[in-house]
Ligand binder design. Structure first.
Ligand SMILES: C[S@@+](CC[C@H](N)C(=O)[O-])C[C@H]1O[C@@H](n2cnc3c(N)ncnc32)[C@H](O)[C@@H]1O
Length: 270
């Protein structure tokens, strides 16, 4: 494309000035988002977007929101949670304590969904959950744990399909059209800022979920992030990817056994 230099210069500017490294994100979807952001800012081209971002941290904040895809929901892909109950929970029962990392947790629904599963399996009190994202805006929402009631209610069936044994509404209180996740379900969860591209490992985990994050990365970056996840996972620890993602063809393909390849549940080899 003829605006290729402007595209690269914009990504370089964002990296140099703000430390966000989008250079190895998958091109077509990132370019689409940049062009949409350019139109939203009523700018003629990517060069003008670079100039705006260079002088305005507020514009950078808006751009960051436009560039990261934050779509998530309670019990997204319920079959994965059911598989987790059946295939992973028995292993977790043998640990005195379990550390879990949700990498790219967005607004927190995935984290609270797993917390509910762990509670119902009698494991929550033995777990510490670290949930991270590069986007401060979604992290704030995740920490607040307040969601519109109709949205929560729309996922009651997914909760049931995930093997839920109570009612999803047992896990939140309702007020003025919103549901707030009960405090007791939040107390073992730490939300923190972490960028998978630029930050390193910060602990050793028994379970890592990194779902629907690496689909936005190119192969080189996927390999790098897989290196980070592999290095952060204990021997025989569980890795959970998104249903559209795969270990096949990545550098660490041979370092895991598939617990359930359809559900993208993998166990790290010794
Ligand atoms: C589509 S959401 C997935 C949320 C959740 N894991 C799920 O599957 O429902 C992708 C999340 O990854 C985050 N993300 C993208 N690039 C990241 C990076 N380099 N480091 C950490 N998080 C990142 C985005 O901010 C976004 O919240």
């Amino acid at each position: 494309m003829d605006d290729e230099p402007a595209y690269s210069q914009l990504l370089e500017e964002i990296h140099r000035r703000y430390g966000f490294d989008f250079r190895d994100y998958a091109r077509s979807s990132l370019r689409r988002r940049l062009v949409n952001a350019m139109h939203d800012e009523q700018l003629p081209d990517l060069r003008a977007l670079r100039e705006l971002v260079a002088r305005s941290p507020e514009a950078m904040e808006r751009l960051l929101r436009a560039l990261t895809v934050n779509v998530t929901s309670m019990f997204r892909d319920p079959e994965m949670y059911l598989g987790f109950r059946n295939e992973v929970v028995p292993t977790l029962r043998s640990y005195p304590f379990t550390r879990i990392w949700h990498a790219g947790c967005s607004t927190g629904e995935e984290v609270y969904s797993l917390a509910i599963v762990l509670h119902e399996e009698g494991l929550y009190d033995r777990c510490r959950i670290y949930a991270t994202d590069m986007n401060e805006f979604v992290l704030r929402a995740a920490t607040e744990a307040v969601y519109p009631l109709p949205v929560l209610e729309a996922h009651a069936e997914d909760y049931r399909l995930a093997g839920g044994t109570a009612a999803l509404s047992d896990y939140y209180g309702s007020r003025y059209g919103y549901g707030i996740v009960h405090h007791w379900l939040r107390r073992n969860i730490v939300f923190a800022h972490h960028n998978l591209v630029t930050d390193g490992s910060f602990n050793e985990f028994h379970v890592i979920l990194c779902r629907n994050v690496m689909i936005y990365f190119n192969r080189r970056l996927q390999d790098r992030v897989h290196g980070l996840l592999f290095g952060s996972l204990r021997r025989f620890g569980t890795l959970v990817l998104g249903l559209k993602e795969s270990l096949v063809g990545t550098v660490h393909e041979r370092d895991y056994d598939a617990v359930d390849p359809r559900l993208k549940l993998y166990r790290r080899r010794a």
